[in-house]
Design a binder for this molecule. Structure first.
Ligand SMILES: [Zn+2]
Length: 317
């Protein structure tokens, strides 16, 4: 049987990782891959390689000055790309361009009708703003996908669902007033965690008012609280009827992450992915892209992301 899922894993994507013991090290993709192969999930998905996105493609979302600055820092090989926790390394431009390129390849495959769903563990860089890097995120691959859906494929009504422990500020603010961008984000309350945004009162502005759903969670919230919040996400998507869904499935919301304080099990991620497949089948012709996002406990990211991939392989069974 032809696989319905394209899985984007290769050496170039794995090289998106910061050196010197940084929490987002270059070993995260391998941790996922070992678990995926152990569960034989790689046999049920089409394993695909990435390509480097061009500066023009990255520029669909990002300001030219940011793209150029990352290029320069990458050539130099040291320094900070943002104001604190995202260090430059030699080749960071190329690695970041491959993260975007894999996402564009996945999008192309879906729009060509070759696959229904994609999963890209090293992706979902949801803190990068149009003009700058932030929070370990250099280029915003999901932002480039959204702007590409609009400019190249004529798909306007896009939903972005984010269950990473951190608020997806790099997707929320650029589209805060957008009347066709449906946003749903369950994250640890910004009073306790970076980036400090994503209050429940942030529900969109102007023509985008009501299209954005932010659900801040108290520290130590577990699966029970997640499932209650998730029901609101489903209702939000059904009310606003997207044509295409993106999922950022950060595993840093699972209990035991070194940077955060939520207490989900990997079942939360599997549930979200499974339910989104059902909704994508109902509303979007099945079209959904999944991204790994954050996650700094290697066992958690392996189990959380394999739960997502497994749900995508099974579709809405
Ligand atoms: Zn995160």
């Amino acid at each position: 049987m032809k696989s319905e899922v394209a899985l984007y894993v290769d050496e170039a994507l794995g090289s998106y990782g910061f050196p010197d013991g940084h929490p987002w090290g270059p070993d995260r993709q391998d941790a996922f891959w070992r678990e995926a192969a152990g569960q034989r999930l790689d046999k049920s998905a089409e394993v695909c390689g990435s390509r480097a996105a061009s500066a023009a493609e990255i520029g669909r979302f990002h300001d030219e000055a940011h793209v150029e600055r990352v290029h320069q820092l990458s050539d130099r090989g040291y320094g900070l790309i943002d104001h604190g926790d995202t260090p430059a390394f030699s080749g960071v431009y190329e690695a970041s361009a491959h993260v975007v390129g894999a996402a564009l390849e996945g999008l192309h495959r879906i729009m060509a009708g070759e696959v229904l769903r994609t999963f890209q563990p090293i992706g979902g860089l949801h803190h990068a703003a149009r003009e700058r890097a932030a929070g370990f995120c250099v280029f915003n691959d999901c932002g480039v996908v959204i702007d590409t859906l609009r400019s190249q494929y004529g798909v306007q009504r896009v939903a972005y669902v984010d269950i990473d422990v951190h608020h997806g500020d790099g997707l929320y603010y650029p589209y805060e007033s957008d009347p066709d961008f449906i946003y749903a984000d369950i994250h640890e309350d910004g009073r306790y965690l970076y980036p400090g945004t994503g209050a429940a009162t942030e529900c969109g502005k102007g023509a985008g008012a009501g299209l954005k759903l932010n659900i801040p969670m108290q520290p130590a919230s577990g699966d029970k609280e997640f499932m209650e919040a998730w029901e609101r996400v489903e209702a939000h998507l059904r009310e606003h009827k997207p044509e295409f869904i993106l999922l950022q499935a950060g595993a840093d919301s699972i209990a035991g992450d070194p940077l955060a304080h939520l207490q989900y099990t990997p079942r939360a991620h599997a549930h979200a992915a499974k339910r989104l497949c059902v909704i994508a089948n109902e509303l979007c012709g099945g079209r959904i892209m999944g991204f790994g996002g954050g996650g700094y406990n290697r066992k958690n990211l392996a189990l959380g992301w394999c739960g997502v991939l497994n749900a995508f392989i099974r579709g809405s069974e």
